[in-house]
Write a protein that binds this ligand. Structure first.
Ligand SMILES: NC(=O)C1=CN([C@@H]2O[C@H](COP(=O)(O)OP(=O)(O)OC[C@H]3O[C@@H](n4cnc5c(N)ncnc54)[C@H](OP(=O)(O)O)[C@@H]3O)[C@@H](O)[C@H]2O)[C@@H](O)CC1
Ligand SMILES: Nc1ncnc2c1ncn2[C@@H]1O[C@H](COP(=O)(O)OP(=O)(O)O)[C@@H](O)[C@H]1O
Ligand SMILES: [K+]
Length: 494
């Protein structure tokens, strides 16, 4: 199965246009789209049920006319209301409206609360500004009715590209989109408005979707499963990589051990914690399979990295946001090992992101900021912080630093400097627990230690981490996560 492409509205328009140029008329695409929605509606309805279709002024409204015509033909009681005037419909929407033999009511007079199902065909990918006036009132009334809503392409009011709510958005039970999901179906808050999402095939070939750019994916096993390491029969531990995790001081050692244990569980053949001298005792008291070495500051790290077998490195958790941490990052970047930077390794560069400009372009590196760390790191870089799209922000940070950027959250975005990106969606809010991010660092570093390229390691790591958390659910603490990795791996590698 190929990885699932996610298309921006602009890419989708391009794919539609190419498909139409290749000889499939636009009205035929619209009919296929509308029929797919009608099929989904029929699944949600009994024969006698009453359906209300709210159609908008553009082509999404055109889909609505097709749905209404189809459902009426299937014997359902259908009412249709239009935002605007029929005479102002253009293109395929005007053609679709001609097929509708019922009344066209003003959307203002639709009795939503009397329906068994509402079909939301107000706006799709063409929403151009915040909802106001009659559009806003219609959405307010739909949401207040409590009746299940089936959204055409996307819930009206969502921005297709960013998943942002433009003033107000329809809360859908189910959404039928066409050819590919759009970012609003995957990114938050949009995802929470879509309900169950179905992608209907309307005859646009995958090569056409790919030709529009094809660089944004849903993060799931098809994107990286074939790269996931499996030790060969003749492997010894050094063939499975050696991960180094740098520990904080005597009272801040837990983060490094969480990362180290996760690296070991994900399959790194060896894992060593590099500890400041004053923290050796406490680290030693808590480590068994994981090795321990003393490491005194940046110079100590430089010495340790003379061992060429140490091929992946975690730097940041609990190190302190100060110049010493920045110096360690410089040592690590210079050593050209696979690198995962998190927490203080990022925050210590607050306002100093220029020092990281293109620093990571020579070696595989992954930065794993949450939103707060991201804002601190790129303070003074509005070109990186200001785009409304989380995908765009991550892209720009990746292009700027030369590293893969994992912008964490319920909709973690993984972006590579080469323009690829993936959005993750299999997590759980229970992952928001102290030390969860440290575990993620260890997983990603452990995968890189075994030879995965940075982007694939980051994508696989984020997914496995989220899957582990979701498999446990309530009561999850960071210590559980590493222990849940084998179960996830067993399922993946079966
Ligand atoms: N052949 C194809 O390409 C296919 C396309 N398909 C379908 O087309 C959809 C995209 O259609 P679309 O581009 O016409 O955009 P759409 O979402 O209907 O909205 C645009 C209209 O809304 C208006 N408007 C915008 N914002 C507004 C606001 N805040 N408040 C009020 N009005 C506002 C805007 O007016 P204007 O900005 O010009 O004033 C314009 O009239 C796509 O989602 C899919 O469902 C499928 O059938 C498959 C084949
Ligand atoms: N609501 C949520 N849904 C899914 N994943 C979440 C949610 N909240 C947090 N996470 C995930 O949990 C992890 C938290 O990492 P981080 O914020 O660095 O925590 P810490 O610093 O405590 O280790 C990230 O991988 C993030 O994506
Ligand atoms: K819609």
């Amino acid at each position: 199965m190929p990885p699932e492409l996610v298309l921006t509205p602009r890419e989708m328009r391009q794919a539609d246009a190419w498909t139409i140029e290749s000889g499939l008329p636009g009205i035929e695409l619209m009919r296929r789209a509308g029929h797919a929605v009608a099929r989904a509606a029929a699944e949600m309805l009994t024969k006698e049920a009453r359906v209300i279709v709210a159609a908008g002024p553009g082509q999404n409204g055109g889909d609505g006319f097709v749905v209404a015509t189809r459902l009426a033909g299937m014997g359902h009681r259908v009412s249709l209301g239009l935002l605007g005037e029929v005479g102002r419909l253009a293109g395929d929407a005007a053609l679709a409206a001609k097929d509708w033999k019922g009344a066209v009511e003003p959307v203002e007079s639709l009795p939503f609360a009397e329906a068994d199902l509402i079909v939301d065909a107000l706006f799709g990918t063409g929403l151009a500004r915040d909802l106001g006036g009659a559009a806003r009132v219609a959405v307010e009334r739909m949401n207040a009715s409590g009746i299940p809503v089936l959204a055409v392409d996307l819930p009206s009011g969502l921005d297709g590209e960013t998943g942002r709510v433009r003033g107000l958005a329809v809360k859908a039970r189910r959404t039928v989109t066409f050819a590919a999901r759009k970012p609003c179906h995957v990114l938050m808050p949009g995802r929470a408005f879509c309900g169950e999402v179905e992608v209907a095939d309307i005859g646009i070939p995958r090569v056409t979707l790919e030709a529009t750019g094809g660089r944004l994916f849903a993060n799931a096993p098809p994107l990286w499963l074939d790269r996931l390491p499996k030790p060969g029969l003749d492997f010894h531990k050094y063939d499975r990589g050696h991960t180094l995790v740098v520990s904080g001081g005597a009272t801040r050692t837990g983060a490094a051990r969480l990362a180290a244990r996760a690296a070991l569980r994900i399959g790194s053949g060896l894992v060593t914690v590099a500890s400041p001298p004053e923290a050796l005792g406490v680290n030693a008291a808590h480590l068994t399979a994981i090795m321990l070495r003393g490491c005194d500051g940046p110079e100590g790290l430089h010495q340790i990295l003379q061992d060429a077998r140490l091929n992946a490195l975690v730097l940041g958790p609990a190190l302190g946001a100060h110049s010493g941490t920045r110096a360690m990052v410089a040592v690590a970047a210079h050593a050209r090992r696979s690198l995962v930077l998190d927490a203080d390794a990022l925050t210590s560069f607050e306002g100093l992101a220029t020092e990281l400009h293109q620093v990571f372009r020579h070696a595989p590196a992954v930065l794993t900021p949450h939103d707060g760390e991201f804002r601190r790191l790129f303070k003074g870089h509005p070109d990186i912080l200001d785009p409304e799209s989380k995908i765009e922000r991550a892209h720009r940070a990746a292009a700027y630093t030369g590293a893969v950027v994992v912008l964490k959250g319920p909709d973690t975005v993984i972006a590579a400097p080469d323009g690829r990106a993936a959005i993750n969606e299999n997590g759980t809010p229970y992952l928001g627990t102290a030390g969860s991010g440290d575990t993620l660092c260890g997983i990603v570093a452990g995968l890189m230690a075994q030879g995965l390229p940075a982007f694939e390691a980051a994508c696989a790591g984020v997914w496995i981490h989220a899957e582990a958390g979701a498999s446990f659910g309530p009561g999850l603490i960071a210590e559980d996560l590493a222990e849940l990795i084998p179960g996830v791996l067993r399922t993946l590698l079966r």
